[in-house]
Design a binder for this molecule. Structure first.
Ligand SMILES: [Zn+2]
Length: 202
């Protein structure tokens, strides 16, 4: 997960990552609350059960564990990656929210999408310090989300059937957010110049 930190997607002690170790009964491997993800050692990871209680390792489970558990339950995810990138923080609280994203080859990196001729929107939920309440509101959104959702002014949750899938979806969604941010900075496009033939040139 060091590269997620290196890309500036979980600065400070922000973000968290979880991976399903066992489904029944559920066990999640994740980082303890307050850990800096860029310098985390494997032996510092904790194991959390389906009620969000730490059953192995030192430290507390993050308050955001509730949303990780909801995503695992509703989407059947095998891994959940939560980032606080600049693009996710900015676009989740700017104007109408991110998207629609369409006619982009990168969309094909999202599981279930086989053509660039697709349109997706990344849903945005209001942020809430009560993560239990937020998780209950998130459940119907998770079902239809494109392997990710945003919390306004907070960050991105991306998931996949396993850690590789979650990482791929995280990279694609962060790419789309960054793309939209840069588009907002570009001046409005002027008319395209005519091709030479149309102007009678050879
Ligand atoms: Zn967070």
């Amino acid at each position: 997960m060091g590269d997620i930190h290196q890309r500036g997607w979980c600065d400070g002690t922000s973000g968290n990552f979880s991976c399903v170790l066992r489904r029944d009964p559920l066990l999640l491997l994740m980082a303890p609350s307050g850990a800096r993800k860029g310098s985390l050692r494997a032996e510092e990871l904790i194991v959390v059960n389906g009620e969000g209680e730490v059953v192995r390792g030192q430290g507390r489970a993050s308050a955001e564990t509730a949303l990780h558990l909801a995503i695992v339950a509703v989407a059947g995810a095998g891994a959940v990656l939560h980032t606080h990138s600049l693009a996710a923080t900015l676009l989740s609280s700017h104007g109408p929210g991110p998207g629609p994203f369409q006619d982009l080859e990168m969309l094909k990196g999202l599981e279930g999408i086989g053509t660039h001729q697709t349109t997706i929107r990344v849903p945005v939920l209001p942020n809430d310090q009560d993560m239990e309440a937020l998780s209950r509101r998130a459940a119907p959104v998770i079902r239809d989300a494109p392997h990710g959702l945003l919390l306004a002014g907070h960050g991105l949750y991306a998931w996949g059937r396993d850690l590789n899938g979650a990482q791929r979806h995280l990279e694609i969604l962060e790419f789309l957010l960054e793309l939209q941010w840069r588009r907002l900075l570009l001046p409005a496009p002027g008319p395209r110049p005519d091709p030479p033939q149309a102007r009678g040139e050879r």
